[in-house]
Design a protein around this ligand. Structure first.
Ligand code: HEC
Ligand code: HEC
Length: 314
């Protein structure tokens, strides 16, 4: 499985624990902050365009570094390290590639400095911890770890460490999935999407989209069905899925699909059944109205004679 090599390499690097250069001793007298007043704010804009996280093998051998490593382990192998909070077959890094480092795959370093933030999804200001909890509840179809739990503290530590030197409150280049101005030339189409799926995705994700396992673990994650993200997850929205796919899939060949193909295959993927939205109130139409009243969600719509969100069909 040569696709796994980078993942394995990263995991191994995580365990190697190389020491960083020793920190310089603190000066006996603090230097006068004379220059601060004249310093130009411009550099932070440049950093926003060029920011890169520290090398993966430079996590310090300190108690803080230990927590950072734990965060990385949780992020890349959520199945093992945060099992109690996961209800499907995914790991965080299945959608946040290269252990949350890859630009245009919603990297953690670009997320850290953008919270607390108002989210229309829940109508209030969310801390970073709450944002992490959201991905457990929806993308991982699981339960939110308590905000002061070790799982959350470790993930915060890893994100903070990746973001060192980045300005806060500035959208760094490479944040999220590149959605701005990304529109389908023609409305997305299920039949065309199916063709793209068969030619460009099924090889890894399986003919039935259920992924592929080796020794009981997914090496290629499921795109729909009981082990995938649920109906409340960001990836079930066509714009998120199309942007992720365009930039990152087929794995290692991001940018290869035309915009139309990316939207079509996103629509095909998101027109299949998956675990219920945990906010489901017993009625698909009402749940759609309350949480999915958008062209980007197929929840509660009928595709090929099946009401999406209503049941086990896939
Ligand atoms: C070469 C194998 C390969 C191909 C081909 C491929 N993928 Fe993936 N895909 C992966 C792997 C592996 C991951 C998880 C990445 C990781 O953990 O680093 C992934 C992750 C994903 C995810 C996020 C996780 C999930 O299960 O929801 C989606 C969505 C996705 N792929 C969609 C697609 C689509 C659509 C296509 C076709 C256009 C495609 N992939 C083609 C290997 C592939
Ligand atoms: C099925 C795919 C998927 C999985 C698995 C997943 N996420 Fe996400 N995540 C998303 C999507 C989609 C977004 C929204 C991206 C956007 O707005 O462009 C997101 C956003 C985020 C953000 C905010 C990013 C920002 O820039 O504001 C954080 C932090 C995050 N996820 C953490 C996690 C953690 C931690 C896990 C594992 C517990 C996880 N995610 C698992 C799909 C996923």
């Amino acid at each position: 499985m040569r696709w796994l090599t980078p993942v394995l390499a990263l995991t191994l690097a995580a365990c190697s624990g190389s020491s960083p250069p020793a920190a310089p001793a603190a000066p006996a007298t603090a230097p006068a902050p004379a220059k601060a007043a004249t310093a130009s704010p411009a550099p932070s804009k440049d950093v926003a365009k060029t920011f890169t996280p520290p090398p993966a093998d430079s996590i310090p051998d300190t108690p803080f570094g230990k927590m950072v490593r734990e965060g990385r382990a949780i992020f890349t192998d959520t199945q093992t390290h945060a099992k109690a909070y996961v209800g499907n077959g995914l790991n965080c890094s299945n959608c946040h590639l290269d252990a949350g480092r890859l630009p245009n795959a919603a990297p953690l370093w670009a997320a850290w400095g953008m919270y607390p933030a108002y989210r229309s999804k829940n109508g209030h200001v969310n801390t970073f911890a709450e944002r992490l909890q959201g991905c457990f509840r929806y993308s991982m179809n699981g339960k939110a770890p308590p905000p002061d739990s070790e799982v959350i503290v470790a993930l915060e530590s890893y994100s903070y460490w990746l973001a060192q030197g980045a300005p806060t409150g500035v959208a760094l280049a490479g944040r999220g999935y590149p959605k701005q101005g990304f529109k389908p030339p023609q409305p997305p189409d299920f039949a065309r999407g199916q063709k793209v799926f068969e030619t460009s995705c099924a090889l890894c994700h399986g003919k039935d989209g259920q992924g592929q396992k080796v020794a009981g673990r997914y090496v290629f994650p499921p795109l729909w069905g009981p082990d995938s993200f649920n109906w409340g997850a960001g990836m079930h929205q066509l714009n998120n899925a199309a942007a992720f796919i365009k930039a990152n899939m087929p794995l290692g060949r991001g940018g290869m699909l035309s915009d139309q193909d990316a939207w079509d295959v996103a629509m095909f993927m998101d027109a299949h059944e998956r675990p219920q939205d945990p906010r489901f109130n017993g009625n698909v139409a009402e749940t759609r109205k309350k949480y999915h009243d958008s062209k980007m969600s197929l929840y509660g719509t009928v595709v090929n004679g099946h009401l999406l969100g209503s049941g086990p069909d896939r």
